[in-house]
Design a binder for this molecule. Structure first.
Ligand SMILES: C[S@@+](CC[C@H](N)C(=O)[O-])C[C@H]1O[C@@H](n2cnc3c(N)ncnc32)[C@H](O)[C@@H]1O
Length: 462
C-alpha cells in the first residue's frame, strides 16, 4: 500500500483524526489507526480502513442495483407491443444508464476501490456515492452550453458572488470543507493563487472526479439522463469534461483530501482561509458545531467564507434549522467579525438538458477570526447572564467565574473542579462522560448544570 508519507500533499498539516497525533506512513503514531489512499488522495477517517470497506460496500450495492435496473429494461425491451418510438426512448435510456454505471465504476476502480459487500454494513442504510452526480455536471460540463440564467455561466457567477463578499482576499493556506466536485475550489485557487488549496470531502466519487480533472488533468465522460420526457429536450447526453486550463501549473498546489468535516485530520490553527459552499445545511449536524470546527482549524486573523442556501434537510431537528441571523450571531459569539454579506436568489442546477431547475436563496458572507481573544463582555442584563457565549458555543472556554452553588452532588463538584478558564463544555463533558451511567449524555448534563447555576445566580442578583 502506498504510504501516506509519499503523497503529493502538504503532509505537515495532517494529524490523526482520532487523537490528533502525528501520522507516520499510513499509521497514527499515537493510537495506531490505519489510514488509506483513494488513488493518490490521502484519506484519514476516525474509522480508519473501515471507511474504505464502507465505500467498497456502497460500490457493490450500486453495481447490483444498476445491474437490476438494466436487466429490467432489457426484459421490457423484449416485449412485442413496444412501438418504435418507445423502443427508441428505452434504448437511449438503457445506453445512458449502462454508460453511467460503467463510468462510475471505472472511476472508483481507477482509484483502487473494488466492488465488495461487507457483512458489517449489510444491515446499515448506506449512502449512494452518486448522490451529487449532477454537481459534477454543473461544475464541469454545463458551462459548455450558453446559460439561459447567467450573463456567462453559473460557475463564473458562483465565483463572483464569493469575491463580492471577500474584499482584499489574502487566502494564504486555503481549505474547502465539503468541496464536492471541486469547481469553486479550483476557480478560487486560480483567481487568488493561494499558497495551496486543500479540497476535502467525504464522498469518494466526487473526490476522484475532482482529483482526475484538476490534479491528474484527465478528462472524464459522464452521461446525463432524465427519465421524464421534456418537449424539445433530448433524454440524455454524454458529456466529455476536460481539465481546466492551467498554463501556470497552479494545479500543483491544489490537493484533494478524504476527510469527514466532523473529525478533520488537520492541525489546530493551520489554515488562513476556510470556504464552506453549499455545506451548512447538508451536513446533518449542528451549524454551531461546524463553527467550532472552523474556529479550531483557522488561524487568528484568518477568514471564513460561506456561500449557499439554508435548505436544511427534512430530518434535521427544527431547533437546528438556524436562520441567517442566528448563524451570524453564533459566528460573532465564537470570535468572528462578520465583514460582508449578501443574499441573492438564483437558478440552481439549471441543466441545458432540463426545463426544470431550482430557485434558491443564497446567503454569502465573509467573517474574520479575531486575532485577539477579547475578554467576555460584561453582562448588561439578566439574559446576558443566562446565555453567555460559552454556554451556547460549546467549544468556548468556560470562564473562571465564581459559580455559586451547593456542592452537594459529586457530579457538580467534579464539573466545577474542571473549570480552569481554558476547558470548554465539550472538553469537560468528554472528561466526565466515563463516570456517568450508560445513556446519560454528559454534554447535556453539563449544560443543564451550568444553566441552572446561572439561573440561580441571576435570581440572586435581581
Ligand atoms: C451540496 S454539496 C456542495 C458541494 C460543493 N461545495 C459545491 O458548492 O458545489 C455538499 C458536499 O458536502 C459534502 N459533505 C457532506 N457532509 C460531509 C461531511 N460530514 N464531511 C465532509 N464532506 C461532507 C458532500 O459529500 C458534498 O460534496
Amino acid at each position: 500500500m502506498t504510504e501516506l508519507g509519499n503523497f503529493d500533499f502538504p503532509a505537515e498539516m495532517l494529524v490523526c483524526p482520532v487523537c490528533a497525533k502525528d501520522v507516520v506512513a499510513s499509521y497514527c503514531s499515537g493510537c495506531n489507526s490505519e489510514f488509506f489512499s483513494l488513488g493518490d488522495i490521502p484519506c484519514l477517517f476516525t474509522t480508519g480502513i473501515q471507511q474504505k470497506n464502507l465505500w467498497q460496500h456502497q460500490m457493490a450495492m450500486m453495481e447490483s442495483q444498476g445491474a437490476d435496473a438494466l436487466e429490467h429494461l432489457d426484459y421490457i425491451l423484449q416485449g412485442y407491443d413496444i412501438s418504435p418510438l418507445t423502443r427508441n426512448r428505452l434504448e437511449q435510456s438503457r445506453d445512458a444508464m449502462s454508460e453511467s454505471l460503467d463510468m462510475i465504476m471505472g472511476q472508483l476502480k481507477g482509484a483502487g476501490l473494488v466492488s465488495r459487500r461487507e457483512p458489517l454494513f449489510e444491515q446499515a442504510r448506506v449512502d449512494n456515492p452518486t448522490e451529487y452526480y449532477h454537481h459534477i455536471l454543473r461544475d464541469w460540463a454545463w458551462d459548455a452550453e450558453p446559460s439561459k440564467h447567467y450573463r456567462t455561466h453559473v460557475n463564473e457567477a458562483n465565483l463572483e458572488r464569493v469575491l463580492n463578499v471577500w474584499k482584499n482576499p489574502r487566502p494564504g493556506k486555503m481549505l474547502f470543507l465539503g468541496a464536492g466536485a471541486g469547481r469553486l475550489s479550483w476557480d478560487l485557487h486560480k483567481a487568488l493563487q493561494p499558497e495551496f488549496t486543500i479540497a476535502s470531502d467525504i464522498n469518494p466519487f466526487l473526490l476522484t472526479c475532482a482529483n482526475s480533472l484538476i490534479k491528474r488533468r484527465r478528462s472524464i465522460t459522464l452521461p446525463e439522463l432524465y427519465t421524464y420526457p421534456q418537449i424539445g429536450y433530448p433524454f440524455s447526453r454524454s458529456w466529455v469534461m476536460q481539465p481546466p486550463d492551467d498554463p501556470g501549473k497552479l494545479h500543483e498546489h491544489w490537493y484533494a483530501l478524504g476527510a469527514d468535516v466532523w473529525n478533520m485530520p488537520l492541525k489546530e490553527n493551520c489554515v488562513d482561509t476556510i470556504v464552506t459552499s453549499w455545506l451548512l445545511d447538508v451536513t446533518g449536524g449542528d451549524v454551531k458545531d461546524l463553527i467550532s470546527v472552523i474556529d479550531y482549524l483557522l488561524k487568528p486573523g484568518g477568514y471564513w467564507i460561506n456561500t449557499g442556501p439554508l435548505l436544511y434537510s427534512g430530518q434535521l431537528s427544527f431547533d437546528l434549522k438556524y436562520s441567517a441571523e442566528e448563524i451570524l450571531d453564533f459566528a460573532q459569539m465564537a470570535g468572528f467579525d462578520v465583514e460582508q454579506q449578501s443574499v441573492e436568489e438564483i437558478a440552481h442546477m439549471a441543466s441545458p438538458l432540463n426545463a426544470r431547475y431550482h430557485h434558491e436563496q443564497i446567503f454569502s458572507f465573509s467573517a474574520c477570526k479575531r486575532a485577539d481573544s477579547r475578554p467576555a463582555p460584561v453582562p448588561g442584563n439578566t439574559d446576558d447572564w443566562l446565555t453567555p457565549p460559552w454556554l451556547i458555543m460549546h467549544h468556548q472556554p468556560v470562564p473562571r467565574i465564581n459559580f455559586q452553588c451547593q456542592m452537594g452532588h459529586e457530579f457538580i463538584r467534579q464539573v466545577l473542579g474542571l473549570v480552569d478558564g481554558k476547558r470548554s463544555i465539550y472538553l469537560i463533558a468528554q472528561m466526565v462522560q466515563p463516570g456517568l451511567p450508560e445513556g446519560v449524555d454528559a454534554k447535556e448534563a453539563v449544560i443543564a448544570l451550568f444553566g441552572q447555576i446561572l439561573e440561580q445566580m441571576a435570581d440572586v442578583g435581581e
